[in-house]
Design a protein around this ligand. Sequence first.
Ligand code: M6R
Length: 608
Amino acid sequence: MCGIVGYVGENQAAPILLDGLYKLEYRGYDSAGIAVYGEEGIKVAKARGRLKILDEMTHGGAMLPGTAGIGHTRWATHGAPNDVNAHPHFNRDESIVVVHNGIIENYLKLKKKLEGKGYQFCSETDTEVVAQLLDYYYDGDPLKAITKIMHRMEGSYALGILFKDHPGTVYAVRKDSPLIVGHGQGGNLIASDVPAVLKYTRSVYFIENEEIAKLTKDDITFYNIDEEVLVKEPSEIGWDISAAEKGGYEHFMLKEIYEQPKAIADTLNPRLKDGRIVIEELKMDDEEIRQIHKIFIVACGSAYHTGVTSKYVFEGLARIPTEVDLASEFRYRNPILDEHTLVVIISQSGETADSLAALRLAKSQGVRTLGIVNVVGSSIAREADNVMYTWAGPEIAVATTKAYSTQLIAQYLLALKFAQARRMLPEEELAGYIADLRKIPDQVEMVLGNKEKIQKFANRYLAAKDIFFIGRGIDYAISMEGSLKLKEISYIHSDAYAAGELKHGTISLIEEGTLVVAVLTQAELYKKTISNMVEVRSRGAFVMAVTNSGNQEVEKTADFVIYIPETNRYFTNSLAIIPLQMFGYYVALGKGCDVDKPRNLAKSVTVE
Ligand code: M6R
């Protein structure tokens, strides 16, 4: 939610800031702004709407000359998305300017106090309070003012700050919102995420909570909240900028859909060694695994949907009781956790506020935690006891595809590891599952071959009002994700139902021509779901089915069928989700929606 950048160096700052903001636009895109320190002091330009508007308004940044600056792309929390609420925000005499990602939870209290001291505010944002609070404490020493406001602010923040008295210097500080520092040639940068700096450097520092960075052209100095200097080591980023570019595809989402075979193989292969599953990052031997009597999978959105599938996989293969929770519920429901519990937090970004809070809750109760995370060095990755990375590479489209697929793979591996340690699987069965895992990348590739067929079918539903997804067991979990993919990017209302639940109310919504997408990958449930398809069809529904090859029987009840290659019953999600991702994509494309940046959404949800 919101992206921030900063630059100080030999080059003009504004074009570098705009370029970095384009890489961060997935984090929020309702307004954007930059502040540049030039010969005439600090100049700000900001505009409601996409970054392109600001880019054109400033002639690619040429209207704001200067070699130090900060920038912001916003996902509105406090105050409507308009020019006034857009960042950066000044203090009262325009000598301090701030960009912010996060939420200052006590901003109203701070605002009232400042108003009592004569401060006036022009925006509705919590960020303007930060700028004015800095003003209040500033006596010529930026570091002192920053540490003072850190003691006063509650909530989360990543801040980029310029002080008029300190030309050629960018300050940055973070708590519970991501921020990295890039060490470049002839200049240094700050950013909310790595892609914004990759064009200039692969050497980055991950700033920890409550750490401050002071950047000049040639130096980077880190401090803690007590103003003591910290020694930090940079990390080398292992991928280059092309991984975060569209590479000829019309949208990042389509590119990422097609990257799934590779992302799955990258997540899988390093953990399959000599016919065994080796998850070194788990740091648990078989005896320790056997001490785990219950698993909680906790996540949000699509990551939660992978957990719904994994419950069946963990319970089916490893026979270990598994609960799946939405992080936003788990954190407030006083879950029963003990030393025999493992809490698995799943997150692409590793920054989702609710998932992070759930992790901290589990840790505060002394429970063992494991993060399944995509973004290296993110908060959840750093704070979980152990982290198993999904190697999906950078995922830019707001609608997740390849990260979702790799989260599934990580959980299959984990479930098989637990099954192995708990002696629930004879060797030959385990070998069979491993063989099935190895086939998944090629099988996904095969399903991707249905592109034309799905696009043609999707084009018939551009004007649909409601589309329902139904399935049972793992097929219900697949339906939940299929439905989310469609609605988040096409804005068509959609819901997923456990197929047997339809007749308890929802079936009244079925009208002549309503599309119902039925998922049938669980052979023992085919007949049951087919009965539900018959029920909706006889009420006028048009039925699309996604099923295993060989289940031709379904053609008697479905109007349109996509077949997936044969795998075992636990891994079908990895194949059945592909046509549903493509269906959502092509409906949204046909409707002319902004596929990569759907309205009201942002890629990483760092607010509660
Ligand atoms: O970064 P996370 O995996 O923690 O994000 C969780 C959800 O916000 C995310 O999966 C969201 O539902 C997807 N963008 C939907 O496509």
